[in-house]
Write a protein that binds this ligand. Structure first.
Ligand code: EPU
Length: 430
């Protein structure tokens, strides 16, 4: 009965059973980056007669949904292990409501399909429930390319007034990641020059433009506030390896830290996680980076921390829930402000069920030090919250259940197996 009450948002009754208290030890690697793979898949509508192979694809449900969306355009896909090849010619600019409405990254099909066809019908996106997620900046970007946009019956209908598109000058009022992706995808085949101002600098944007450049796109300024693109008439075949997932790396680092463990996250790019690494060091945790490895020895928790999320290279909003339970282990109060998603605090109520003392003031939380947690049944409604709760449960010498397995599967492949390799007592109960 109690568990039925807990399950408000989902029909999925599976959960993660955790017996915490084991110190995690060993070496672990993240898979390919979800948010990179998803925008790269969407960009491949531009393949048109050629073929592109993406390697190191994470086998997660968001990726499977994106591949289904590619099929809806008429392109052919071949998935073998962690490698997908996209080939053929797209023939449709209309998507069903089914796949696109499950994921946020479906928005990136706006740019690729408009670039190819000059029109699109796309369902409004889904994805994590982490507060307000309007699409007004996407609409601004489309309108800057002289594209008319209407939203009706749960779909975005967009049509270019002039096609082929003409290059444009665009200013984003906030450096939105997916709106930057749309600006890039509209610019690569547009006639003449496109200038995108105040763009996102996230590593996933750099990885996307590395792929597009290999395909023959002419893009400059990536990783700065201004991207310039000179349109080309067609793109070529290529092969590209998706970068490692910086957020899965962060999640695994926090699994080791929360259990006062000693381990290495390898096959990662430590520069993608500098704000997290510096926060851990500030608390007294021993973190050493060495090439593609991050070595962690979490014995000392000497201080609290105060951090704010910002667009890259600032602390990622996705890391904000992950580091919240760290504050509970510190000997001083810790303070976290989320400036990117101001309502992204659903983990706080769940952590309170485990005994956490956390006060929230708008988009800032104050975490009381030296909190002793106890096992509980809790539920995460988005990817990062589920992982946060798993990590908190791993640190408690008690049994816990974490619901929200469907969200875990949207964002991570074999995450529980990775934790088991590190000596966690954990399993999924279906
Ligand atoms: N925003 C607007 N209007 C828009 C678009 C965004 O006001 O038209 C606001 C958002 O409400 C938010 C801020 O701008 O306050 C940043 O949103 P952004 O557009 O950058 O987020 P996104 O592109 O929709 C991606 C990731 C998220 C990640 C954010 C921020 C994908 C598929 N998603 O979303 O990842 O949190 O960037 O870095 O790439 C996750 O992986 O768990 C996840 C939620």
């Amino acid at each position: 009965m109690e568990e039925k009450k807990l399950k408000l948002d989902t029909n999925d009754l599976s959960y993660v059973r955790i017996k915490g208290g084991n110190r995690l030890e060993g070496v672990v690697s993240p898979d390919g980056a979800k948010n990179s793979a998803l925008i790269q898949l969407a960009s491949l509508v531009l393949v048109d007669g050629n073929f592109v192979t993406l390697k190191n694809l994470p086998l997660i449900s968001d990726v499977y949904d994106s591949i289904e969306m590619i099929k809806e355009t008429g392109l052919k896909t071949k998935l073998v292990d962690n490698e997908v090849t996209i080939m053929g010619e797209p023939s449709s600019f209309e998507f069903s409501a089914y796949y696109g409405s499950k994921i946020r990254a479906s928005l990136a099909f706006l740019g690729s399909v408009l670039s190819k066809f000059g029109q699109v019908k796309l369902p409004l996106p889904g994805g994590d429930k982490i507060g307000e997620r309007p699409i007004d900046i996407h609409v601004d970007v489309l309108e800057a390319f002289d594209i008319e946009v209407a939203i009706r019956n749960g779909f975005v209908f967009a049509k270019a007034r002039t096609f082929p598109l003409k290059g444009s000058s665009v200013f984003l009022r906030f450096p939105s990641v997916l709106a930057t992706v749309n600006g890039i995808l509209l610019g690569v085949l547009a006639e003449g020059k496109t200038v995108l101002n105040n763009v996102a600098k996230e590593p996933e944007i750099v990885d996307l433009t590395n792929l597009l450049t290999k395909m023959g796109a002419r893009i400059n300024g990536v990783g700065t506030d201004r991207i310039t693109i000179v349109g080309v008439t067609e793109l070529n075949s290529t092969t590209h390896e998706v970068m490692p997932d910086r957020l899965e790396a962060a999640a695994l680092m926090m699994s080791i830290v929360m259990t006062e463990g000693k381990g290495t996250v390898e096959n990662t790019i430590p520069e993608h996680n500098i704000p997290l690494i510096e926060t851990l060091r500030r608390c007294g945790i021993d973190v050493v980076t060495d090439g593609d490895k991050v070595h962690i020895d979490a014995v000392n928790f000497n201080k609290g921390f105060q951090v704010e999320t910002r667009p890259f290279p600032g602390l990622a909003t996705d890391v904000q829930p992950l580091i919240t339970p760290l504050g509970l282990k510190c000997p001083e109060e810790s303070i976290i402000t989320d400036n990117v998603f101001q309502e992204r605090f659903s983990h706080v109520d769940e952590l309170r069920k485990m005994g956490a003392q956390i006060d929230r003031f708008n988009n800032t939380i104050h975490i009381k030090p030296n909190n002793k947690l106890s096992g509980a049944s809790v539920e995460g409604g988005d990817i990062r919250t589920v992982v946060t709760l798993i990590n908190a449960a791993l640190s408690i010498d008690d049994d816990s259940k974490v619901y929200g397995v469907e969200h875990l599967n949207r964002g991570h492949s074999k995450f529980i197996e990775k934790l088991k390799l590190l000596n966690a007592d954990i399993e999924i109960i279906n």
